[in-house]
Write a protein that binds this ligand. Structure first.
Ligand SMILES: [Mg+2]
Length: 342
């Protein structure tokens, strides 16, 4: 591991939107949930942008084109252009273009976002294993993708063609529950062929590289809700990250995070981009943040004091991560988190 192990959230005397030049924002669970903007997202992003921060939106979802994502954001009151959106379809298209000749045919199992991204790299999307493809790419195809598409991919992959995946998120949230994501679709072809795809999306380096190439960010801050994609992607890219609690990560998951899943900063929602971050400092046997002190007991994490819930969570992170070192904290944080209402 090249980075030192993080054992507590960092403080910042400067507002994060001033300390960093570019926010690399995840979408689902950060900016919107289902079709609707998340509370405080619209006005927080407007303030950050007005203050001179560049905002870029980074999504593992390869189904929609950057144009379609930008239109959706704009409709929610977050003005965005296609150039502000980076998708795993773009990252995988670049990865493929580096390994096959220009003008090559690529068998696509996925949606319009993937086809547009391939054409942008001078590649030709085709639909059948009989169309002489030289590579196969899989991206999320939405609920209407026919089963026969997996057969086409399997025939071509079994022939020995290089196989690529935009991302391997196993699930995708929908308004009605949790649906199978592109990772589940990739498993279908893997089971049929026994082959292994090259993957571009978060948390892997091709996605981070695509993001930096397209934004030109000098001092980026990754803002996300998922530890194993957004935060691990920032860790792999060796850039700072802000975890917000508006998506899939709760306090218990955060306290049990291994080093590569530990964010630089923790806040409740996107208002955290506009403020400094409090210091977490050693205090007696534990760690203090604001009015709270957290310590690692023999079986559980203990919390004393009072104040804002997020300060209590930051102190608990320090106690848990320090106790865990390079591993995962196994102390029970349930009572302490309940006291914070988290
Ligand atoms: Mg997310």
């Amino acid at each position: 591991m090249s980075r030192s192990v993080r054992t507590r959230p960092a403080g910042s005397g400067q507002a994060l939107n001033e300390a960093y030049d570019t926010a690399l924002l995840d979408l689902d669970g950060v900016v919107y949930a289902g079709g609707d903007a998340i509370l405080h997202a619209v006005e927080s992003l407007a303030t950050a942008r007005d203050g001179g921060m560049r905002l870029a939106y980074v999504t593992n979802n390869a189904l929609r084109t950057p144009d379609a994502v930008a239109a959706h954001l704009t409709e929610l009151g977050i003005p965005a252009e296609a150039g502000d959106v980076i998708t795993s379809a773009q990252a995988v298209a670049r990865l493929i273009s580096e390994q096959v000749p220009a003008g090559s045919r690529v068998l696509v199992v996925g949606g319009e976002g993937l086809r547009v991204a391939l054409r942008e790299r001078g590649l030709v999307p085709v639909e059948s294993a009989d169309d002489d493809p030289v590579a196969v790419v899989q991206g999320y195809g939405g609920p209407e993708l026919p089963w026969g598409r997996f057969a086409e991919a399997s025939y071509a992959v079994a022939r020995g063609l290089p196989w690529f995946a935009s991302n391997t998120d196993l699930t995708i949230p929908s308004g009605r529950g949790i649906a199978p994501g592109n990772g589940a679709a990739v498993e279908v072809v893997r089971i049929a062929t026994g082959a292994e795809p090259q993957v571009a999306g978060k948390p892997l380096p091709p996605m981070h590289r695509e993001t930096i190439l397209r934004t030109g960010a000098a001092r980026p801050l990754v803002v996300g809700d998922r530890l194993d994609t957004d935060i691990e992607g920032a860790f792999n890219g060796e850039v700072d990250s802000l975890l917000v609690l508006t998506g899939v990560t709760d306090g218990a998951l955060l306290l049990a995070a291994p080093p590569r899943h530990r964010p630089t900063y923790v806040d409740g929602d996107l208002r955290g981009m506009l403020t400094g971050q409090p210091e977490v400092v050693p205090s007696g046997d534990g760690f203090r943040c604001g009015g709270w002190t957290a310590t690692a007991g023999t079986a559980e994490l203990e919390l004393d004091g009072d104040g804002g819930a997020l300060d209590g969570l930051r102190a608990l992170c320090a106690a848990a991560w320090t106790a865990a070192g390079e591993g995962v904290c196994e102390l029970d944080g349930g009572k302490a988190l309940a006291r914070l209402g988290l």
